[in-house]
Design a protein around this ligand. Structure first.
Ligand code: ATP
Ligand code: SF4
Ligand code: MG
Length: 321
């Protein structure tokens, strides 16, 4: 196991208290595994992803353990984290427009990244490494001499992927890596990611609100709702035997691509206020199966056919310890 997230809680301090953005989350990630993380906007996906690199804003407080190769990096200071970022765990962000410095040549973006971790690597060798990874993502290395603003959105995202993989990290976190791109480019970028992930034998956490995208790429899928990990299982089981009422609703809300039936189904209701989260299950106000206990007590995680599910409907099953 390369990563073990244990009892992770993340709170953002705000004027009137704190936002409980992630609560009691436990996830293990194996070598070479792709874990999809899904859930609607505001449910804590990016907060969880960024916590693994400790790049959260200052008002965020992390509690719990993030064990990377057996060491709890939740306790690491900024200097120690700098040695981890990019080299061991890296992140691909949603919008390459804002995350790539437009006034630097692409080759300088690479040289800067490589030098930060390996100052001893001579420039020609660093450029060779950069050229190789650029061609892996489908960019002619000759374009290294251009600035990223000269690239299209899809090409910029390829540069971003190449940059985050050039140091061959063990884990890459991709946070909505294709949301800002058109559908055809999205598919191409996903193809590139999948190919490189397999070649480099990396583990990947793929964050998205699109269940369709992860179903194709992920080995397992974690479903988040209002800061809780409500279901975790293999991609197949999530798709064909969803257990949590929220997962079931999410699957139904995938837009129907049939031309004659363009009605976009949605889940009625809103996310609860995370400054004053409900006492019991955070999905209770929207759940068609909610009972008394759901409003009173947070459900523990039950284990049903190898699926972890945080819902009182399964109270007769084994509780996960
Ligand atoms: P999206 O799909 O829109 O990217 P997400 O699942 O990534 O959503 P997060 O961005 O992790 O969700 O946000 C989780 C919760 O934390 C939300 O309620 C959000 O408003 C809150 N939040 C995020 N950043 C801050 C911050 N800096 N200060 C206070 N609250 C924050
Ligand atoms: Fe619905 Fe209750 Fe399960 Fe929550 S615990 S998802 S309210 S049945
Ligand atoms: Mg996000």
């Amino acid at each position: 196991m390369i990563l073990q997230i244990k009892d992770l809680n993340i709170n953002y301090e705000v004027k009137n208290g704190y936002v409980s953005a992630v609560q009691n989350v436990n996830i293990d990630l194996s070598e070479n595994e792709t874990l999809g993380l899904v859930g609607e906007s505001g449910c804590g996906k990016s907060t969880l992803g960024k916590s693994l690199l400790k790049i959260l804003p200052k008002n965020a407080k992390i509690l719990g353990e993030i064990n990377f190769k057996g060491k709890n990096i939740a306790d690491y200071n900024e200097k120690e984290m700098r040695k981890i970022r990019g080299k061991h765990i890296s992140m691909i962000f949603q919008d390459p427009m804002t995350s790539l410095n437009p006034i630097m040549k692409v080759k300088d973006l690479f040289l800067e990244t490589i030098k930060a971790h390996y100052p001893e690597i001579p420039e020609d060798e660093a450029l060779e490494m950069s050229g190789k990874i650029l061609s892996d993502v489908g960019i002619d290395p000759i374009r290294m001499n251009e600035y990223s603003f000269q690239f299209s959105g899809g090409m910029r995202q390829r540069v971003m992927i190449a940059l985050s993989l050039v140091l061959k990290p063990e884990i890459v976190i991709a946070d909505e890596p294709t949301t800002s791109l058109d559908v055809i480019v999205q598919a191409q970028i996903m193809e590139v990611l999948k190919k490189l992930k397999d070649e480099h034998k990396m583990s990947m956490i793929l964050i998205t609100h699109d269940l369709g995208v992860v179903a194709e790429l992920a080995d397992r899928i974690g479903v988040m709702y209002a800061g809780h990990l409500v279901e975790l299982s293999t991609a197949e089981k999530i798709y064909y035997e969803p257990k949590h009422p929220y997962t079931q609703a999410l699957l139904k809300s995938i837009p129907n691509t049939n031309i004659d039936d363009r009605e976009l189904r949605y889940i009625p209701g809103d996310l609860p206020n995370l400054v004053k989260p409900p006492k019991g299950c955070r999905f209770a106000s929207r759940c068609p199966y909610a009972k008394d206990i759901c409003h009173k007590e947070v459900p523990p995680e039950f284990e049903v056919d190898g699926t972890r599910v945080k819902c009182w409907l399964y109270k007769d099953e084994k509780v996960r310890v």
